[in-house]
Design a binder for this molecule. Sequence first.
Ligand SMILES: Cc1cc2nc3c(=O)[nH]c(=O)nc-3n(C[C@H](O)[C@H](O)[C@H](O)COP(=O)(O)OP(=O)(O)OC[C@H]3O[C@@H](n4cnc5c(N)ncnc54)[C@H](O)[C@@H]3O)c2cc1C
Length: 353
Amino acid sequence: MKNLVILGGGYGGIKVALGLVDKGLPEDINLTIVDRNPYQSLKTEFYTIAAGTVADREVRVDFPKHNQINYVFSEVDKVDLENQQIIFRDLSQIVPYDYLVVALGCEDNYHGIEGAELYTESVQTFANARKTGLAVGNLKAGGKVTIVGAGLSGIEVASEIRESRADLNVRLLDRGGSVLKAFDPRIQGYVADWFNKNDVEVLHHANVEYVEKDGVCNNGVCYVNDVTIWTAGVRPNRVVRELPFKKDNQEKIVVNEFFQVPQQKNVYVIGDCASSVYSPSAQLAGIQGEQTAAVLNSILRNQEPKVPKEIRLKGTLGSLGKNDGFGNMMKQPLVGIVPRLVKTGVLWLNKRH
Ligand SMILES: Cc1cc2nc3c(=O)[nH]c(=O)nc-3n(C[C@H](O)[C@H](O)[C@H](O)COP(=O)(O)OP(=O)(O)OC[C@H]3O[C@@H](n4cnc5c(N)ncnc54)[C@H](O)[C@@H]3O)c2cc1C
């Protein structure tokens, strides 16, 4: 038997597994998915957990049950490349591999800012998003929340908290001159108006110098604060950063057109961990997962894999609370209820394997 191990059952990893079992795995292949959680986490919705507006159950789905998929639910500590095996934090077991897919996603990037890791809440793991939700939920009337970072996740966190807690003071620190700098100016304007109308204070040209237990110091001014939420950048998972492979300037592993590590072609890397011309997204991870499954389906049958097609993304959608949103779809900027409804539809699809 040969062991094919997928590290991470998120947007990318699950698509690999489904693409493999759809075609029927060759009988000599043993497929294992490894994840720290015993359910699939829908990370794109973690802003709702951080704001405490939906139940846990709405943001996770059961992993697919299939007689050809084994699961290991444990925290990966490292990949032992020399002996082709996975080492877990609790050292309870060792999982050997012949083929490995690394799809462990990303974590916060604190850019070396003093106090940021210690004193800010996070939305990058389910456990941390829950902790954030608890901190926000426990705030008394008039409590102060600062969200550092005005990209997609920062906007969604800020608007979701604002909509559900009118009594809180919500502040958003934006590094640029306008929020969502990667988006169309019409969207930027719409989102800026939404924050204005909904009494979210947005500070542009932010430059956080340090974070303290009770506040954030930005451009020489320290703001007293009850909860600070960090959405100011991500980097690949630590396990991935420690792999001795060639990386790009964002610490992501450089792969070939088959998502293989050129020096070690039985190792595949996808999603937020893999270098790409595109920004990290669930959509990108999902497409890469499907393409990796197609490559592996050939390789496991000793056939020459076809070079995957060039990836074309459909667009990005964001929410402003439950009834408003924005997005680029087919290169068209959209704002209001329509992109919000489409986002809900995408979530519905993602919940069904
Ligand atoms: C608040 C927020 C909103 C977002 N909104 C959008 C959006 O609207 N659209 C969009 O396309 N993208 C969005 N994203 C980005 C998107 O969620 C990621 O790009 C996507 O999840 C990446 O997929 P992945 O498969 O690489 O990793 P993930 O989906 O993160 O999967 C990684 C998996 O690995 C597991 N794991 C990690 N480390 C370990 C370990 N050491 N041991 C065991 N298991 C481990 C995790 O539990 C997880 O299941 C958003 C992100 C956030 C935080």
